[in-house]
Ligand binder design. Structure first.
Ligand code: URA
Ligand code: URA
Length: 314
């Protein structure tokens, strides 16, 4: 066994053991991994290059792109049901695969009844903490690791039925270590409250755990480096709905190049979790007229969660 293969084997074992200690029950068998390590290793390296190719807006002017596409938006094709892969039974390498999901889904699927959903709060917090510690030491993106003040993991209720997925920490988040605490975060708080929820009820996280210098967009490589952390966070929290804020979040999670204007207003599915997309609160700060669209999207999300909101809205 080569050195690197051996290291991979050790890392896999350690990761599985720490998850098992944290109470995660449906894990791939360690023995199975040890014997299939070489296959997994070559599969992993092959897939690593083919992995999420989150793309950035074509014109470099996302707002213009998306406003145009809202106007041009058609009624859309026939919604299809998409069966996601089994979330926990697959070997880790399979995590690099994801369903291509930029197709709306319609009917509410049965509630997932996996073991993650039954994990108690302490176990979920412990499992998230394992990832939090890995993230805190992460140096996969050299530039981000050397420019960040700290990593920004995520915050909220580990049992949240609703997750908000943003793009990356900004200056305020980088200094406080918590997502969405700056101006965009204040607006997100108001959106959450308008939904009759509190910030503590939901879970808030980003595609990137480090601030890109100057608040530039994450590169596809950075999003790919950070992907596994996000995927594992979502696997533990297992919300009923993930609400993507802005195009980077939506495109990364759904592995699509469609604009946020085109994606919003429908539900998608990621590993059995329903996904909604709406405008980023920072976009709303610049374009308050889009608030009505976000309110419309939030009403869809809340209906999905069984909460009817007053149609007057904001
Ligand atoms: N914008 C984001 O996308 N995430 C944050 O945490 C803050 C601002
Ligand atoms: N473009 C984006 O990237 N995000 C938005 O929320 C709106 C337009």
């Amino acid at each position: 066994m080569s050195d690197s293969r051996h290291r991979l084997d050790v890392v896999l074992r350690q990761r599985l053991e720490s998850l098992a200690e944290a109470g995660v029950t449906h894990l791939p068998r360690v023995a199975a991994i040890a014997t299939s390590t070489s296959a997994a290793a070559s599969q992993e390296s092959a897939q690593a290059t083919a992995r999420p190719a989150p793309t950035r807006p074509a014109t470099g002017n996302p707002a213009a792109d998306d406003v145009a596409s809202v106007a041009a938006r058609s009624a859309g094709g026939a919604p299809v049901d998409i069966a996601g892969p089994p979330p926990m039974e697959a070997a880790p390498a399979a995590r690099l695969d994801r369903p291509s999901v930029a197709t709306p889904v319609q009917a509410t699927t049965a509630e997932g009844t996996n073991d993650m959903a039954r994990m108690n709060r302490a176990n979920k917090l412990a499992a998230l903490d394992v990832i939090r510690q890995e993230v805190a030491q992460c140096t996969r993106c050299r530039e981000l690791a050397s420019t960040r003040t700290q990593t920004v993991f995520g915050v909220g209720n580990p049992h949240a039925r609703l997750c908000f997925l943003g793009e990356a920490p900004g200056a305020d988040e980088d200094s406080q270590g918590e997502p969405f605490v700056g101006r965009a975060g204040q607006l997100l708080n108001r959106i959450i409250e308008a939904c009759t929820l509190k910030r503590e009820d939901v879970y808030i996280l980003n595609v990137l755990k480090c601030r890109p210098p100057g608040n530039r967009n994450p590169t596809p490589e950075e999003a790919a480096n950070c992907w596994d952390y996000l995927d594992r966070q979502l696997d533990i929290i297992r919300p009923k709905v993930i609400c993507c804020l802005g195009s980077i979040a939506a495109r990364t999670l759904l592995d699509t190049t469609l604009s946020i204007g085109r994606l919003r207003g429908e539900f998608y599915e990621y590993r059995g979790v329903r996904v909604a997309c709406t405008y980023h609160p920072a976009y709303l700060l610049r374009n308050p007229a889009a608030k009505k669209d976000v309110w419309h999207d939030m009403k869809l999300v809340m209906r999905e969660l069984g909460i009817e909101l007053d149609s007057a809205g904001k």
